[in-house]
Design a protein around this ligand. Structure first.
Ligand code: NAD
Length: 480
């Protein structure tokens, strides 16, 4: 069976303890590869390799770094089919999605930061009358840690790594143990792109073992983490007393506010996507759908009709809209949320059942699920499900819509559907979210700041924000 091991100092190596974890194919429930179950000693080796590579890499020219990142972007593009198939197998997502979203975005991440680093600048302040000039020197941090989740494996892994190395840091990175495959495949491309040994080290393994070792390593200066809110809180508790720089991209329970004056057809099509893309396993999915009462009944009928036509099936079939959920424990967790919601009084309008796909009977398939609720404080409205489950609730005024949307411990993104510009501005300013989409969803320009407020995290990724995170500003004051 294929063994997905670590990549340290430019070479693939097995975990020191010789322990391996089963890696499942969610589409058929079979173990299809083994992944290194690394521990603190493996992380230490990765750290040492990164430390050794740092002086040369941090002093390399921006052009040199940019060329390597560009080369990586091209190599990912060249390997699109192979990487997309690996992602679909490892995660259960439709191959079509991996081909059009996940892998192109991984390539775009490297390409974007290859350009961005050449445009990154800092400030200077002339203290007039004092014969003094200050300038801000932005230096890389040293060795940094990047930890990513399973929902968009290569997409989110590269979203952290690319700015970290572009800025001159060396990295110890850990993909999710649930979806290790594309990070493993990336290691081949790193060598091919000519990335110097030790600049990027990939450690496979679980959160409590390998992840924890990265977070608590006394010499790793910063942690860029994307994952669940509980894990983020634990990471903050571990890292904050060491004064590490932290970027935490956490969970969401995003409101989708639909007003009667919206472009109905565009809203309906996009709302199906924002509900169920990637089996609802995108932190930005609009899982709480609030509809103005005059439109509510029509929307309900039309939405359910569209949802009922979605095909759940083999990730490799062209007809598939929803593939498998990522793992058996996750499937069970999502099902338990649905059961609890019904106990709490939610009405199940569609779905809620496991799907048996012929030939793939042991896969983790679930119907897209729509529930109607009247109580905004019930658990299905307040807890992140991170699966193909959305709720519908009506509102009667803009003020009520805003109140319902903000009544959440999360604050990642929000979507507004309206043709009223004044309403757009009023709501955009007051919504407690890091990202507000108006008449669109998941429309991403990589220059924009990305991140959440409240329990959705702290810090921003994307554009120059990411380069700021991965550098330390130093004030140099010269009296002349
Ligand atoms: P998770 O928190 O379980 O795991 C994320 C990563 O952290 C994995 O690599 C895991 O191994 C590691 N980890 C776990 N415990 C750790 C520890 N103690 N120390 C260090 N690392 C540890 O999350 P998940 O289940 O993989 O992903 C789903 C969650 O991610 C959802 O809550 C989703 O909303 C969130 N997410 C957020 C964003 C965003 O940008 N805000 C994007 C994608 C996913």
């Amino acid at each position: 069976m294929q063994k997905l091991n670590n990549y340290i100092n430019g070479r693939n190596c097995d975990p020191l303890d010789g322990n391996w974890l089963d890696n499942y194919n969610p589409s058929n429930g079979q173990v299809y590869s083994l992944v290194a179950d690394s521990n603190a000693a493996d992380v230490e080796n990765a750290y040492q390799a990164a430390k050794k590579a740092y002086p040369e890499w941090s002093n390399s020219t921006l052009e040199h770094r940019s060329q390597i990142l560009m080369c990586l972007a091209n190599l990912i593009e060249k390997n699109l089919d192979r990487l997309a198939a690996a992602e679909a197998t490892d995660n259960g997502k439709p191959l079509s999605l991996a081909k059009t979203v996940d892998i192109p975005r991984a390539s775009a991440n490297f390409r974007f930061f290859a350009h961005a680093i050449t445009q990154f600048s800092s400030e200077s302040h002339e203290s007039a009358g004092l014969d003094t000039i200050n300038f801000t020197l932005r230096q890389p941090l040293g060795v940094v840690g990047c930890i990513s989740p399973w929902n968009l494996p290569l997409y989110l892994f590269t979203w952290k790594i690319a700015p970290a190395i572009a800025a001159g840091n060396c990295v110890v990175a850990k993909p999710s143990e649930v979806t290790p495959m594309t990070a493993y495949l990336l290691s081949e491309l790193l060598t091919e792109a000519g990335l110097p040994n030790g600049v990027l080290n990939i450690i496979q393994g679980t959160g409590p073992s390998a992840g924890q070792a990265i977070v608590q390593h006394p010499k790793i200066k910063a942690i860029s983490f994307t994952g669940g809110t509980k894990t983020g809180e634990h990471i903050a508790r571990t890292a904050a007393p060491m004064f590490k720089k932290l970027s935490l991209e956490l969970g969401g329970k995003n409101p989708n506010l639909i007003f009667a004056d919206c472009d109905y057809d565009a809203m309906l099509t996009t709302t199906v996507r924002s509900s169920f893309a990637n089996q609802g396993q995108i932190c930005l999915c609009g899982s709480r759908i609030y509809v103005e009462d005059s439109l509510y009944e029509k929307f309900k009928v039309d939405f359910l009709e569209k949802v009922s036509k979605l095909t759940v099936g083999d990730p490799f079939s062209n007809d598939t809209n929803l593939g498998a959920l990522v793992s058996r424990p996750h499937l069970e967790k999502v099902q338990s949320f649905i059961d609890r919601a019904v106990e709490d009084g939610a009405s199940l309008l569609f779905g809620g059942k496991k799907v048996t796909v012929p030939g793939l009977e042991k896969g983790y398939y679930l119907q897209p699920t729509v529930m109607e609720v009247t109580d905004n404080s019930c658990s299905i409205q307040q807890e992140e499900v991170f699966g193909p489950v959305v709720t519908l609730m009506k509102f009667s005024s803009e003020g009520e819509a805003l109140e319902l949307a903000n009544q959440s411990k999360y604050g990642l993104s929000a979507t507004i559907w309206t043709s009223d510009l004044n309403r757009t501005m009023r709501l955009s300013k007051q919504l407690e979210a890091g990202i507000v989409w108006v008449n669109t969803w998941l429309n991403r320009d990589l220059r924009t700041p990305f991140g959440g407020v409240k329990n959705s995290g702290m810090g921003r990724e994307g554009g120059l924000e990411a380069l700021r995170f991965f550098t330390e500003p130093k004030n140099i004051c010269i009296k002349y």
